[in-house]
Design a protein around this ligand. Structure first.
Ligand code: LLP
Length: 441
């Protein structure tokens, strides 16, 4: 199991995270509750940043992909750790700016950025916009001109490397809603167009080959393809890109089917990328570009644990045992969306041996509302505190108010202290934007 120095079983046999007893957290803050371990997040930021400093002379920037978990406090932590962030919507941008995050270290993504989002980004002084379509290029150029600005941009490129958890494939696949394909020549075409834009400064290229990837080779391959393309653009247009953003995607531990990687293990992914960049730069006679990576899941994923209280238990002999909790797909839709796998344990009886396979069900009015299927637990009883591990990424950020359930609060734990970074929603919050038109009064 994923035990490390900030996640352990204490003398009472309770799960402990960031020095806080999980049962105590459940008592003080209620359940369902997202718990985020600050030290883990900071260690991950520092590990990636350290490699850029030591192995690449500081000529790069780690961008936290904030879609994984976005709230004011996380941007503060990213700022303190000296990294940048990527945002993908006006809402994430607003949150970052509101937290005092330096705009010049923000990269803005999105396959269909709205006009108002681009205007907002320009007005905030966002450092770099990663352009994703021909429409966006024209729109952005016009908006920048109207403001008398020259905006730095990258292009999102689809390099034809597709990676999944334990394998990757090379494709000439152009069927993606994201970016400009190398294979069909649109990446080259847009480069030519951009070089003629007066209010945009093309700095380089971006790619993101997938998520929850363990295979280092897939990143190496992406570097090779991107740098070959950069060499081609230099030869054709005399344009030498000075930035290369290789996206995120590093896999994390959810269950023992996944590798358990330490912060220094993640650093090794970046070392692989750096050595490939250096190799290809030499091969193609390019200068080594300013390097960017965008890890999201690997920074916050394993930092998170969700705590629930066990309610109804339904045993269907010979079929299945359901252990229902007070959360569900409204706080974690990843099983419903991707049949995601998780590890669960009883936080109040964490030292007990698991003895039966159960499915942890949520409380939503929907059969597919499962938090995790087929997990091993000790015999659960109503009132037990159930912990699901590795829920820090794409859980809170994908939560909803389905069935008008309240999105759980988030507490940040460190050295035995716990405090809210997202407060609980109230029922009043749920109706805050509801309006009854006069004719229905
Ligand atoms: N950069 C770009 C352009 C991305 O599209 C993504 C993720 C990342 C960086 C961060 O990737 P990471 O390091 O977190 O793997 N909702 C899904 C994950 C969607 C990821 C989308 N893009 C899930 O719950 O698994």
């Amino acid at each position: 199991m994923n035990f490390r120095d900030t996640l352990k079983i204490n003398r009472e046999g309770h799960l402990e995270i960031g020095g806080c007893d999980a049962v105590g957290l459940a008592k003080s803050f209620g359940t369902p509750l997202y718990v985020m371990d600050e030290k883990y997040i900071r260690d991950m930021c520092a590990a990636y940043r350290g490699v850029i400093e030591k192995e690449y002379g500081g000529r790069g920037l780690v961008l936290y992909a904030s879609k994984a978990f976005s709230c004011l406090a996380i941007y503060k932590i990213a700022k303190e750790e000296g990294i940048g962030v990527d945002v993908v919507s006006g809402g994430e941008l607003y949150t970052a700016i509101k937290a005092g995050f330096p705009a010049d270290k923000i990269y803005m993504h999105g396959n269909n950025k709205l006009r108002e989002e681009l205007e907002y980004a320009l007005d905030c002084g966002v450092g770099t916009i990663v352009v994703d379509s021909f429409n966006e290029l024209d729109l952005l150029d016009g908006l920048a001109a109207a403001r008398g600005k020259t905006q730095d941009i990258l292009f999102r490129v689809n390099p034809g490397v597709e990676a999944h958890t334990h394998h990757f494939i090379q494709t000439a696949k152009t069927d993606s809603k994201f970016g400009f394909s190398l294979a069909d020549g649109t990446a080259e075409k847009i480069t030519a167009v951009a070089l003629g834009k007066k209010n945009l400064r093309l700095r380089g290229y971006h790619c993101h080959i997938g998520s929850q990837i363990f295979e280092k080779e897939s990143f190496r391959l992406a570097v090779g393809k991107m740098m070959a393309f950069m060499a081609d653009m230099k030869a054709k247009f005399g344009f030498e890109a000075d930035r290369l953003n290789l996206g995120g995607g590093y896999g994390i531990w959810y269950t023992d089917e996944d590798k358990k990687i330490t912060p220094s293990g993640y650093a090794a992914y970046l070392e692989t990328i750096i050595s490939e960049v250096a190799l290809r730069a030499k091969e193609y006679g390019l200068k080594e570009p300013f390097l960017l990576i965008e890890p999201g899941r690997s920074i916050v994923g394993e930092a998170g644990v969700t705590l629930y209280t066990v309610g109804a238990i339904k045993d269907i002999p010979g079929v299945k045992k359901y252990v229902a909790v007070d959360g569900g797909m409204f706080d974690n839709p990843r099983y419903a969306l991707y049949q995601a796998k998780y590890t669960a344990l009883l936080a109040n009886r964490a030292a007990e041996k698991p003895e039966e396979v159960v499915s942890v069900a949520g409380k939503c009015c929907e059969s597919g509302d499962i938090v995790c299927a087929n997990v091993m637990l000790p015999k659960a009883e109503t009132g037990d505190i159930l912990a699901v591990l590795s829920t820090g990424a794409y859980n809170y950020s994908m939560a909803s108010n389905y069935n008008r359930n309240r999105i759980p609060p988030v507490v940040l734990v460190k050295d035995g202290f716990a405090e809210y970074i997202v407060k609980p929603q109230s029922y009043e919050d749920l109706v805050r934007n509801d309006v009854i038109p006069e004719r229905l009064q």
